[in-house]
Design a protein around this ligand. Structure first.
Ligand SMILES: Nc1ncnc2c1ncn2[C@@H]1O[C@H](COS(=O)(=O)NC(=O)[C@@H](N)CS)[C@@H](O)[C@H]1O
Ligand SMILES: [Mg+2]
Ligand SMILES: [Zn+2]
Length: 468
């Protein structure tokens, strides 16, 4: 996968995921196949969030003075904000920002919603497009200027313990989400110098793409009371006092879909986890002159049976060579293919091809157990995709004893380097400069050992990697 970037761009085009020919850099079109994958990914995410969040929808535009209120936050975004300056031919007396994220759209409204401690906790999320004028190299789904699939959650709590617990809860939700997609990840606390602008601390999910670079696929921020003070979000305590609230926010984006494609894909194309596949099963009838009608009739009722059981199934009865059909559905990543010919019907057999292993099998066609048999295979495909992805991920985490080791690993193998770190900012910046990549953060406390750079006692096991 040394040519991962080329492979990635090709498969987006060939599998008709998105069309990057839209005439604005960093903004792309979701085509039907990609849109379906996105739709199924989002329905899985909503299922997880709807447990204890309420979905809302805020305006896209943010008044300039609201955006500017939180100094650190606006500093972090001032180079990335798109502005609206006119309504038709009329210049606006107040510029309007396109949301880069929605803290400054939502938080001016929260004082109108939050009155008493009995109103809390509140947990909202929205799935919207956000806009960031990314100056670094844009890449489809990975670093875009219109983030079309931005899920942002924003929660409000009476005390810091509530916010801390919500951060843990968000990490559980994201872990379950990525686990169901078979995407491996490491969770770290971002270094002070790389946290979300305005946050007390940032927890981040990083995965690894086949070119050995990590991709930040989700972040959870503990905002403390910073935004509450800026936007005057207070609640009345049981004792009739007024206290500032504590907040968290956590976000995911199109990068989740980039990871599904990039991590599970292979040289034949997409390999989709059944849970997000537009078609989970494709039926290919093997047609000969004499028996074509009989086979087609059989496959039609097979398709109806599978559809009725709630599986997404497609019958490809086009007048095309079978081999052409096999190539296409393998490229589009359909998890399971059934090939049905006249002899199979006679012998009560069917030929299955699993996209994850590319293994063909002749299995019994068991009329009454068919749906169960198919679900067993699909579940096994999901499990196998996840296992293979985690194996590969873990193989690419390398411990480094010295800075030299770290630099060599990053230069030769890329991947993720784990090392002992004192946790001191100046030392951390020195390490980043020497190894010329980012410290992802710390993900567990170190008990013994010396800092890889300054020799002081190590406080943490830290990770570093070349990132997107
Ligand atoms: N230009 C971009 N293209 C694609 N995904 C992006 C881009 N910028 C950020 N993301 C993704 O969006 C996630 C959330 O963005 S963020 O800035 O870290 N956090 C927020 O905006 C907070 N308001 C939480 S919702 C990031 O973890 C990253 O996965
Ligand atoms: Mg950014
Ligand atoms: Zn150190």
């Amino acid at each position: 996968m040394s040519k991962f970037s080329e492979w990635f761009h090709n498969i987006l085009e060939e599998a008709e995921i998105i069309d990057t020919r839209y005439p604005i850099k960093g903004m792309h079109v979701w085509q039907p196949q990609g849109f379906k994958i996105r739709k199924h990914t989002l329905s899985l995410l909503r299922e997880l969030l709807d447990e204890d969040h309420d979905e809302v929808l805020f305006p896209l535009l943010i008044p300039e003075d609201e955006l500017a209120k939180e100094a650190i936050h606006v500093k972090g975004f001032e180079e990335e904000v798109y502005w609206i300056t006119h309504g038709g031919l009329t210049p606006l007396n107040k510029k309007l920002a396109l949301r880069p994220t929605s803290e400054t759209a939502m938080y001016p409204m929260f004082p109108l919603w939050v009155r008493s401690h009995t109103d809390l906790p509140m947990r909202f999320y929205q799935v919207v497009n956000t806009f960031r004028y990314e100056t670094k190299h844009t890449r489809p789904l990975i670093r875009v200027r219109e983030i079309t699939t931005f899920k942002e959650a924003h929660t409000i709590h009476t005390d810091s313990e509530g916010a801390r617990q919500q951060v843990e809860r968000a990490i559980e939700i994201y872990s379950s989400f990525f686990d169901q997609l078979g995407i491996p990840y490491v969770v770290t606390r971002r270094p002070e110098w790389d946290k979300f602008p305005g946050a007390d601390y940032t927890m981040a999910f990083d995965t690894l793409l086949p070119d050995g670079k990590t991709l930040q696929i989700g972040t959870v921020h503990n905002l403390g009371q910073t935004f509450a003070r800026t936007f005057d979000i207070t609640y009345e305590t049981a004792e009739g006092e007024h206290e500032y609230v504590y907040q968290t926010c956590y976000g995911l984006s199109d990068r989740v879909i980039a990871s599904i494609i990039g991590i599970h894909g292979d040289s034949s194309g997409l390999k989709l986890p059944p849970i997000v596949a537009p078609y989970q099963v494709v039926i290919i009838p093997v047609l000969f002159k004499k028996t074509a009608q009989e086979v087609l009739d059989f496959c039609k009722q097979l398709q109806n049976k599978i559809k009725k059981a709630g599986l997404r199934v497609h019958l490809d009865d086009r007048d095309l060579r079978a081999g052409k059909k096999y190539y296409e559905w393998e490229m589009r990543g359909v998890p399971l293919r059934l090939e049905i010919g006249p002899r199979d019907i006679e012998n009560k057999k069917m030929v299955t091809l699993r996209r994850d292993t590319m293994e063909k099998e002749i299995v019994d066609y068991r009329e009454d157990a068919l749906i169960n048999d198919l679900n067993m295979i699909l579940d096994d495909i999901a499990r196998n995709l996840k296992e293979k992805a985690w194996e590969n991920f873990q193989e690419n985490i390398h411990p480094a004893k010295t800075l030299e080791d770290a630099k060599n690993i990053i230069t030769n193998e890329k991947g993720i380097v784990s090392f002992s770190w004192c946790g001191d900012e100046a030392c951390g910046i020195e390490i980043e400069e020497y190894v010329t990549v980012d410290i992802l953060g710390v993900n567990e406390e170190a008990t013994e050992g010396k800092c890889i750079n300054c020799g002081k006692n190590a406080q943490h096991v830290a990770l570093l990697a070349k990132t997107y």
